[in-house]
Design a protein around this ligand. Structure first.
Ligand code: F6R
Length: 595
């Protein structure tokens, strides 16, 4: 949440670089944006509300070699130009961008006001440059002033500060991600980037250095120094070359990243399935051996965890426990050193998941991470990581990450049942079915269906077995991009309350498979139909009860992976038909780094 970008070095187009970098970080927040850049003593600041997408980077081409920039997901203070970052010190020489929350900002603000500081915004962030300014007066060294200021802050944050006087960038993190990009030409250093995410500077360099929690970094473009925030002790950092490609993060011919990423599933599931068999077997054995396995994730990733409960039960006859990561704290009594926590996360930065990992580690339990973003905090902090390899996911609504997570979890379930080869074959067949299924006629049918139902304000989805978490996931997808009130239920639960919501013509999606749950879910569909619902069946077989049928090939125990895909497409077109931008759903941001 919130995207941070900074540059210092030999280049004189830091403003243009920063705006371009921000555009690649916009998925982290798009309430407002801002930039501060300087070529020497003068600081130029521009900020505004709304997304940065339409801003021309050429408008920031005045020569400068030091810049910080920010795209905001508001926490403290409304979405106004004044509250947009960067925020400045009293004397205007220090500019700060910030991701996270300074929990004790009211107290700090009061103390600073007593010292004569004036505040322009309602944000927690604004205390940061003012406090750094006070510390700078005492010690005269910008990096040390930032470090001393950080010692006063409570909460989880990432900050990036520039100072015109010393021509330096200083960044610090205690919870939100920050990565340094090192730009060299023929081995000669050009400068440094500091950002919330690698794609922000990937166009310029593939050499990175990661900041860990509790660390800070200071650079003037020629030297760089990493330190522990608390002790000031200098830390050595390795330069790491990243391997994935920038093309994966571009929209290409698609109007929206969401549709592009849905289409990426034609080949991303194959990449997720192509795991090292030895590694999958080792993980399967670890789960079978563990005294208690817990699966946690948030949102869509949590639905993958829920589906895995069914995979492990049906395919491997092995019980595991699931909790949304934000609820996991309450189950810590059951963790032992021999327990295993499996965390599932696309971004690898979700605050609630990181907290669950820390709880598990405090109990001495091991953590297996199933993540998409290599080098993310969850990847680096886990005892063992399995990458789903689906490429960068930029749309806020998670699509290809989910099918990658489901594929990997089902593969593990097959390995646990000593049927790894069978599972791999099934999943590779399913992946190739996705390629056939996502043809123009299929997509067009869903567009027509969206046009038919897009004026309905309520929509319900039911499923049973692994289709139950997919019903819940369908609801998330539809809610977040189209703002239709959608809810997903276990089919059998309807008659215990939710059925009261059904009226004549209410669209109800019924997720089916050729499995033992089929007859039950069809009975549930009958109960809906009897109350006037408009039934949209999704699955391999057409039944008379369906008013509309979205044909999805039979995939056996991988049916959940196929069934969710038409719902992703439907959600996308519901958003478009309702005039919403599916890539920028209101109130949301990708990578939820606050609790
Ligand atoms: C919904 C969505 C979110 C994420 C959730 C967890 O489409 O994307 O619900 O699934 O915020 O994010 P990660 O997987 O990055 O931990």
């Amino acid at each position: 949440m919130c995207g941070i970008f900074g540059y210092v070095g030999k280049r004189t187009d830091a403003g243009t670089i920063a705006i371009e970098g921000l555009k690649n970080l916009e998925y982290r927040g798009y309430d407002s944006w801002g930039i501060a850049c300087t070529a020497g003593k003068e600081l130029t600041v521009s900020k505004d509300i709304g997304p940065i997408g339409g801003i021309r980077s050429e408008d920031f081409s005045a020569p400068c070699s030091l810049a910080v920039a920010h795209t905001r997901w508001a926490t403290h203070g409304g979405v106004t130009q004044r509250n947009a970052h960067p925020h400045l010190s009293e004397d205007g020489s220090i500019a700060v961008v910030h991701n996270g929350i300074v929990e004790n900002y009211l107290e700090l603000r009061r103390d600073l006001k007593e010292k004569g500081h004036t505040f322009q915004s309602e944000t927690d962030t604004e205390v940061i440059p003012h406090l750094i300014e006070e510390e700078l007066k005492k010690c005269g060294d910008f990096a040390e002033a930032v470090r001393n200021a950080c010692l006063h802050f409570d909460g989880r944050y990432a900050i990036l500060a520039l100072h015109t006087g010393s021509n330096m960038l200083v960044a610090a993190r205690t919870g939100s991600p920050l990565i340094v990009g090192v730009e060299k030409t023929d081995g000669v250093l050009n400068g440094y980037f500091i950002a919330s995410d690698i794609p922000a500077f990937m166009k310029h360099t593939r050499i990175v250095q990661y900041l860990d929690d509790g660390e800070m970094v200071a650079t003037d473009g020629k030297m760089i120094r990493f330190q522990d925030i608390k002790t000031g002790e200098v830390r050595e950092k390795r330069e790491i070359s990243i391997t994935y490609h920038i093309e994966q993060s571009q929209k290409g011919d698609f109007e929206h990243f969401m549709l592009k990423e849905i289409m990426d599933q034609k080949e991303s599931v194959t990449r997720a399935v192509n795991q090292d068999e030895g590694e999958i077997r080792t993980i399967a054995e670890a789960i079978l051996r563990a005294k208690g396995t817990f699966l946690v994730g948030c949102g869509t990733a949590a639905k993958a965890c829920m589906a895995a409960e069914y995979f492990f039960s049906v395919v491997a006859e092995h019980h595991v426990n699931f909790a949304p990561a934000s609820e996991f704290k309450l189950f810590h009594h059951f963790l032992k050193p021999e327990s295993l926590l499996i965390v599932v996360s696309q971004s690898g930065e979700t605050a609630d998941v990181l907290e669950a990992m820390r709880i598990a580690r405090d109990k001495g339990s091991k953590v297996l991470a199933i993540v998409n973003v290599e080098g993310s905090t969850i990847d680096r902090e886990a005892d063992y990581t399995l990458l789903i390899n689906v490429g960068q996911e930029r749309a806020v609504a998670s699509t290809k990450a989910l099918t990658g997570q489901l594929a990997v979890l089902l593969l593990i379930a097959y390995a646990m049942g000593e049927r790894l080869k069978e599972g791999r074959t099934l999943l590779l067949e399913t992946a190739s079915t996705i390629n056939d299924m996502l043809n123009p006629r299929f997509v067009e049918r869903l567009e027509v269906l969206a046009a038919k139902i897009h004026k309905n304000e309520n929509l319900f989805i039911i499923g049973k077995s692994w289709n139950y978490p997919m019903a819940m996931e369908s609801a998330i997808k539809i809610q977040e991009v189209s703002y239709v009130h959608a809810e997903g239920f276990a089919g059998g639960e309807l008659k215990h309350g939710p059925i009261a919501l059904i009226e004549e013509g209410t669209p109800c999606i019924v997720l089916t498979g050729n499995d033992e749950a089929l007859q039950d879910i069809l009975s549930n569909a009958q109960e809906l139909k009897a109350r006037g619902a408009f039934i949209i069946g999704v699955g391999p077989t057409k039944f008379d009860i369906f008013d509309e049928w979205i044909k999805v090939p039979d995939a056996g125990s991988a049916q959940a992976i196929l069934n969710i895909i038409p719902i992703q497409v439907l959600a996308y077109f519901l958003a478009v038909k309702r005039g919403k931008n599916p890539d920028m759903p209101r109130n949301l941001a990708k990578s939820v780094t606050v609790k």
